[in-house]
Design a protein. Structure first.
Length: 379
């Protein structure tokens, strides 16, 4: 059964199955899981999938243009790889592989603060990613991270604000075992052991080595976040970042129209409507539900990005119809990376592009600009 899936991954769901088969159990649970009862994680997927699109006919869709502009550049489609922590462990030097796939597809990638590969290592592949920043308590170190992003030539900074404290994740708590159990789970996945744990060394947080050291605190990652992330962070810190970062600043993790207006007032150049993939406040609205009112509150003044539950090109079109200008993938690309490395990420991007083409053709849209709320069938 698994071999058949391996040969014929045709969707993000297939890549999830591949990721499950390939990653040690504790790592798959980390990628796949959400917080508490995973209500918001499920809502993200289900609310988006429940959006009915209006089928339209006879509108000459022989030439469809998927390209879209964001933050000063034209991309092949309004889709990017969002920041996913520890993705360098899903495949050997995973963030570099993902960046190569993103470069080949001409889509942006946002590198997580808690990536395994450092920004320098990823940038060296020729596709300098955008950089995602978390606030740790040591502000000197936050300044250092911003300076590093500047030095590497990152053209945008994504400040993630929905993780003042980490949401409890039952699945992670259950999956965390002692050394022996962890070793047994690794031994049960020999191809991952060889590819990542042995040939993919060092296993560290490339960007955080100055404060964490050479070995990532994997055994108790949530605890480490709890101890080191800064719960006192507030809008005045956004102003503090703004002073140090002169390029585009995107606030990631906005779900409420009032917060969207604050972001605008504090000089954000974009926002990401997101609940961290259902990994933080369980019970929060899905991104799909929150998006229209947040987009309305921004009123087209800055780009509105969205993520959460996107598993296909149809889902991308749905997010655009709900008011997003650009869509970020999370687990969709992480599963693909775990399943088949760079080739998997490249394949998922191709699938999404092809699915968008079909969705746009059958809803009568020849360009991204034509996608709006009129595409949603409310009958
Ligand atoms: C395993 C995992 C790690 C993540 N790490 C980060 C991170 O380091 N920084 C961040 O801003 N968001 C992080 N996110 C959130 C994603 O950027 C994105 O908001 C979310 O995955 C979207 O939901 P989806 O995966 O259902 O598409 C992570 C998500 C997952 C699944």
């Amino acid at each position: 059964m698994q071999a058949a899936v391996t040969r014929k991954a045709a969707s993000v769901t297939d890549y999830r199955a591949l990721a499950k088969a390939r990653l040690p159990h504790f790592l798959f649970e980390y990628v796949d899981g959400g917080s508490y009862d995973e209500v918001t994680l499920r809502r993200n997927v289900e609310d988006l999938r429940a959006i009915a699109l209006r089928q339209r006919v006879l509108r000459d869709v022989s030439a469809i243009d998927l390209s879209a502009e964001l933050l000063g550049k034209r991309w092949s489609m309004p889709v990017g790889l969002g920041p996913v922590g520890l993705s360098g462990l899903y495949a050997r030097r995973g963030e570099v592989q993902a960046a190569r796939a993103a470069a080949a597809a001409n889509v942006p990638m946002v590198l997580s603060t808690v990536s395994a590969c450092s920004l320098r290592e990823v940038a060296a592949c020729g596709h300098v990613p955008w950089y995602q920043l978390y606030f740790v308590k040591d502000r000197g170190f936050v300044s250092h991270l911003i300076a590093r992003a500047n030095e590497e030539g990152c053209s945008a900074l994504f400040l993630t604000v929905d993780l003042a404290v980490p949401g409890s994740r039952y699945r992670d708590a259950r999956a965390v075992g002692g050394r022996l159990r962890r070793a047994a789970e690794v031994l049960a996945r020999p191809s991952w052991l060889w590819d990542v744990a042995i040939r993919g060394r060092p296993i560290s947080f490339g960007n955080l080595e100055p404060i964490v050291g050479k070995s990532a605190p994997l055994a108790d990652f949530q605890r480490w976040i709890h101890d080191n992330f800064d719960a006192s962070v507030s809008w005045k810190d956004v102003a503090w970042v703004r002073e140090q970062w002169k390029g585009p600043l995107v606030i990631k993790g906005v779900l409420d129209p009032d917060d969207a207006r604050e972001a605008l007032a504090h000089g954000a150049d974009g926002i990401v409507v997101s609940n961290h993939g259902g990994r933080q406040l369980d019970g929060a609205l899905s991104s799909a539900r929150a998006l229209p009112s947040v987009a309305n509150s921004i009123g087209g003044k800055i780009p509105v990005l969205a993520d959460g539950g996107v598993r296909s090109g149809l889902d991308v079109v749905r997010m655009l119809a709900l008011g997003a200008d650009f869509v970020l993938l999370g687990r969709a690309w992480a599963y693909a990376l775990a399943g088949r490395g760079e080739a998997g990420v490249a394949h998922v991007l191709k699938l999404i592009e092809a699915e968008m083409q079909v969705a746009m053709a059958l809803t009568g849209c020849a360009s991204i600009a034509e996608i709006d709320e009129a595409l949603i069938d409310r009958r």
